[in-house]
Design a protein around this ligand. Structure first.
Ligand code: 5GP
Ligand code: MN
Length: 344
């Protein structure tokens, strides 16, 4: 049965903590994506249905593309209301940490959560979680925190209170982290979960449309990036896209406009590694994707101040774009042994 394989001791402690708590805070990683927001909102709906007071706190605001999700307007961002968030975190008697493995991933929320007295529960699917939480449910093999959260909800015996709103939020996270069930999507149980969510009323077609809307500027920027700023590395096995401040400004860039761009070069059969770098204030944001066993999380951890999953990772490079590109060119050949064999 779905959820049966979650560690029983963790579920027992989690059930006790949930039973006795009254005020809950959820938090998730910086630049929250559909999985971070979806899991936060799903938990908000479940715990609210149990009569708890729940505050959803994020390091910064969710992107516009996610604001249609039920409950999203109740999210409070530390970047906008730091003092208010601090007081809510101080008063909470249980804190859920969702979709991140280390407190540095929650950016400006880190000191607030660090100081909090309440017990913490980590539910996440990133590798190598830090041991800051009282209960850690970490499953790197899961496609998404939302799929894992569904299993946890089932293990707690709370499946009957999942309603359409909760199901929609969970499905949004699953779709985001699997590219609409394209990658990280080989687990047969995932389709049992999806089937259950559809029965609960999720409109997958509508969700797909809402999660994949793009503005004209965004489309043009992405087309420009592929046409003018994409280059080949490692003899065509790797692809690099870079966007400078000037490039971004020319298309009135707003945060989130390049979401998904890094995946596109992987549609070229020979390309097994895709790197996208863009200028952020004070650093170069690096995103990497790969096929097979090519460990982009290791490259990001070793050279780009970050980490992530085997096939999807990122980091923040403190330096100029030229330095970031030079670093990549220098280190990439060290990992060439991990490239999957070319298909005939
Ligand atoms: P994205 O490329 O979509 O920004 O991030 C993909 C994955 O890489 C994320 O789910 C996260 O696991 C990881 N990641 C992205 N940026 C960072 C970062 O700055 N630090 C760390 N540790 N991981 C990151
Ligand atoms: Mn995730």
């Amino acid at each position: 049965m779905i959820g049966n394989d979650i560690d029983k001791k963790s579920i027992k402690t989690l059930a006790q903590l949930t039973d006795k708590c009254e005020t809950v805070v959820t938090t998730c990683h910086v630049k929250p994506d559909g999985d971070a927001i979806g899991s936060s909102l799903a938990l908000f709906h479940i715990l609210s249905a149990l009569g708890k007071t729940v505050h959803i706190i994020t390091p910064d605001s969710p992107p516009r593309s996610l604001r249609f999700l039920p409950g999203c307007k109740d999210i409070i961002a530390v970047s906008a209301q730091e003092d208010f968030c601090r007081s809510l975190i101080e008063k909470a008697d249980l804190i859920f940490c969702l979709d991140f493995n280390t407190l540095s991933r929650i950016d400006r929320a880190e000191p607030l959560i660090n100081e909090a007295k309440a017990p913490k529960v980590l539910i996440d699917h990133h590798l190598d979680p830090d041991s800051f939480a009282d209960v850690t449910i970490s499953r790197p093999a899961e496609s998404s925190t939302c799929a894992l959260l569904f299993k946890v909800i089932c293990a707690l015996g709370l499946r009957p209170i999942i309603d359409k709103k909760t199901a929609t939020c969970l499905m949004a996270g699953i779709m985001t982290d699997t590219g609409n069930l394209s990658y990280n999507a080989n687990d047969p149980d995932l389709y049992v979960i999806v089937s259950d969510l559809l029965r609960l009323g999720v409109n997958k077609v509508y969700l797909w449309e809402r999660l994949n809307t793009k503005s004209r500027n965004q489309l043009r920027l992405n087309a420009f990036a592929i046409d003018k700023r994409m280059e080949s590395l490692l003899g065509g096995r790797a692809s690099l896209i870079t966007l400078s401040d000037d490039d971004l400004n020319a298309y009135d860039y707003i945060k989130g406009d390049t979401e998904g761009l890094v995946n596109i070069p992987l549609s070229i059969p020979d390309v097994a590694v895709s790197v996208f770098m863009h200028q952020e204030p004070g650093f170069i944001k690096v995103s990497m994707r790969s096929k097979g066993e090519f460990p982009v999380n290791k490259i990001c951890a070793d050279h780009f101040g970050g980490g992530g999953h085997l096939n999807a990772a990122g980091g923040e490079f403190k330096g100029s774009m030229n330095e970031a590109v030079e670093t990549l060119r220098r280190v990439l050949p060290d990992y060439a042994g991990h490239l999957p064999l070319l298909e005939k």
